[in-house]
Design a protein around this ligand. Structure first.
Ligand code: GDP
Length: 295
């Protein structure tokens, strides 16, 4: 994961690692490399620039040039700052409410249906919750079938109403169904489009207003780079969502999305998807991700 960024930062910082003394020029050169590596990983230009400026200021503030192990101090500064940039501490999801209602949003193909299943499975096994999955895609019958397959795999009930063309009504009926059956988490999978469009935004906004979920999660494919950031911004403007799910981090993925999305929408990344299987879900830990990025 994030091999290219990791390798590049490693290379950039290698110059400083173990050096007895370094000059301001060394620091500047290394930070230039760090910035280039971040840009290559699809981090937004402004964010990359701010990042290296902050590290530089801190390096000077901590007298990195005269410290005993300047290289190690620089590596630590970059790592700490990267962790901060991605959100500091890990943030869980809000499981208040009976039932807890969780609304999934995102583009078609981002991994919403897969993640809905992963989250249901995670909550069931790790948090001993009783989840219900609700299929609110009224355009693609295949999407409803897919959720049923996922539910079958993990032994979680799926509520759907194939003839119904009103996603708000289905979402409400799903919540009522959960209450009637004593299920305490409702995960609502919604329809996505291939790109942001007004109809999709109006629909998800209507569902959001009608059901007032405890958690609204935005699912995004980590491989979509800068587009991921723009999509996140569009959804956040409409939904003011609570957290981001970064999927497909198992592939040949550039790490920039994690950094840029957090910086642009200022919402925590809560989970990552690392494969197609139901178990391929991890809590997002900014410090671990920074470690992976830096190698
Ligand atoms: P949706 O349209 O947003 O509901 O997206 P899907 O859940 O149908 O996912 C689209 C495709 O991405 C499917 O083929 C999934 O198996 C795949 N997928 C979802 N999450 C991940 C992931 O974390 N890693 C990988 N490699 N594939 C994923």
């Amino acid at each position: 994961m994030f091999n290219s960024l990791s390798e590049k930062l490693d290379k950039a910082l290698h110059v400083l690692k173990g050096h007895g003394s370094i000059s301001e020029v060394n620091v500047a050169e290394t930070l230039k490399e760090v910035r280039r590596a971040l840009l290559d990983a699809d981090v937004n230009f402004k964010i990359a620039k701010e990042f290296t400026n902050t590290v530089k200021e801190k390096a000077m503030g901590q007298n990195v040039l005269t410290s005993l192990q300047p290289g190690q101090l620089m590596v630590k500064l970059v790592k700490d700052e990267l962790t901060q940039l991605m959100g500091g501490d890990a943030e869980g999801i809000n499981l208040s409410g009976d039932p807890t209602v969780i609304l999934m949003s995102g583009l078609q193909g981002s991994g919403k249906t897969t993640f809905s299943g992963k989250l249901a499975n995670y909550l069931k096994t790790k948090k001993t919750k009783r989840p219900l999955l609700v299929a609110c895609d009224v355009y693609r019958p295949a999407a409803v079938d897919q959720l049923h397959v996922v539910g079958g795999q993990i032994g979680v009930e799926v509520y759907s109403d194939k003839g119904n063309t009103d996603p708000v009504a289905i979402a409400k009926a799903g919540i009522a169904h959960a209450k009637a059956k004593g299920l305490n988490v409702v995960i609502i999978d919604t329809a996505g489009r291939l790109a942001v469009d007004e109809a999709m935004m109006a629909e998800i906004s209507n569902i959001h207003k009608a059901i007032q979920p405890q958690e609204t999660l935005f699912v995004v494919d980590a491989m979509t780079g800068q587009d991921a950031v723009n999509t996140a911004k569009s959804f956040n403007d409409i939904l003011n969502f609570d957290g981001v799910i970064l999927t497909k981090l198992d592939g040949d993925t550039r790490g920039g999305a994690a950094i840029s999305i957090k910086s642009v929408v200022n919402k925590p990344i809560k989970f990552i998807g690392t494969g197609e299987k139901m178990e391929a879900i991890d809590v997002f830990y900014p410090s671990r991700m920074a470690d992976r990025i830096l190698g």
